[in-house]
Design a protein around this ligand. Structure first.
Ligand SMILES: [Zn+2]
Length: 322
């Protein structure tokens, strides 16, 4: 199966300058080493998304705020990040962040274009900052612009009638949910699994099918892959079958890994092969196999690279390396 990989060096320009902070550029460098080791070529010919594109998911006031903060020098910028009402303090905007975030979203858009046009069937965007906590007017949880929502809207603009986002990050895709709800767009579906009790889950304790196109799947603390797979079989795959998407996008966070500093879920690296394979089978059944996957979390760099390796094996349809 053909798999294209997308990334851009501008994604390294987002610098949080917080010591011992988990979302750092070493994550992306670890994946670059993986792609080199595997001999996979990376498409870096990315066009950053425009303000007009971003305004389909974020307010102009928020986009302009991120741009203005990025123009400040490092010191003024740091002060502004602490006090800005649109950006959660530890999400932090640095001078390189506006471009990093626009190239990250642009990478997903190119992945969508190539997948929708048949140039490839599977695509993976190795990008940062991540996006799934970014809402219409707020940067939150390391996320600035919502890359996966941007890609989903781009697919609709390219002619897709329905697109589904499956979010298997350890955290709830609250920003993606807010964007879909804010757009009141029944052509977009989000199925988000996350560790039960996740602080980003703001659905007031409600879970399950919150709307025909918004499904939340809490996973109990301490779960191993058997429990996660059961939830996917029971809730995620049936939701996809009901919705009948023409493209499946994955918010691919790898922080359910047992080595992850932010997680109490106990997945092993190879489990990401089997989790991805379930989505590959759904895509084969529902939408010609088309999947666009974009990096979200995953904060232990060795575990991240190993998990992404298994994720890519499943996307390529090869037997897992044991
Ligand atoms: Zn996460």
């Amino acid at each position: 199966m053909d798999l294209n990989i997308y990334s851009h060096p501008a994604c390294l320009g987002h610098e949080l300058h917080i010591r011992r902070f988990e979302e750092r550029k070493g994550r992306l460098l670890a994946l670059t080493r993986l792609f080199n080791d595997l001999g996979l070529s990376v498409d870096e010919d990315i066009v950053p998304v425009t303000k007009a594109q971003l305004s389909q998911i974020h307010t102009p006031r928020y986009i302009d705020t991120v741009e203005a903060m990025s123009r400040l020098g490092p010191v003024r910028n740091r002060v502004a990040s602490f006090t800005n009402p649109f950006v959660q303090w530890y999400t932090r905007v640095s001078p390189g962040s506006y471009d990093a975030a626009r190239y990250a979203a642009g990478s997903v858009c190119k992945a969508v274009e190539d997948t929708m046009s048949g140039r490839c069937t599977r695509a993976f965007a190795a990008i940062r900052p991540p996006g799934h906590h970014a809402g219409p007017e707020r940067g939150e949880g390391f996320c600035i612009f919502n890359n996966i929502a941007m890609g989903a809207v781009h697919a609709l603009n390219q002619g897709a009638r329905r697109v589904a986002i499956v979010d298997f990050d350890r955290h709830h895709g609250n920003g993606t949910q807010d964007i879909i709800t804010n757009r009141d767009d029944s052509r977009m579906m989000l199925v988000s699994s996350y560790q039960a009790g996740c602080k980003y889950d703001k659905n007031h304790g409600l879970s399950g099918v919150l709307a025909p196109n918004i499904v939340t799947v809490p996973i109990a603390e301490g779960s191993t892959f058997g429990a996660v797979a059961a939830q996917y079989r029971q809730f995620v795959i049936p939701a996809l079958r009901d919705f009948k998407p023409e493209l499946i996008l994955i918010s691919a966070g790898f922080d359910m890994h047992e080595a992850d500093p932010l997680s109490d879920i106990k997945l092993k690296s190879a489990d990401y092969y089997h989790l991805t394979h379930m989505l590959v089978e759904a895509a084969e059944e529902l939408c010609g196999g088309r999947i666009v996957s974009a990096l979200e979390g995953g904060y232990d760099e060795a575990a991240l690279a190993e998990s992404v390796d298994y994720h890519l094996q499943a996307l390529r349809g090869v037997a897992p390396k044991l």
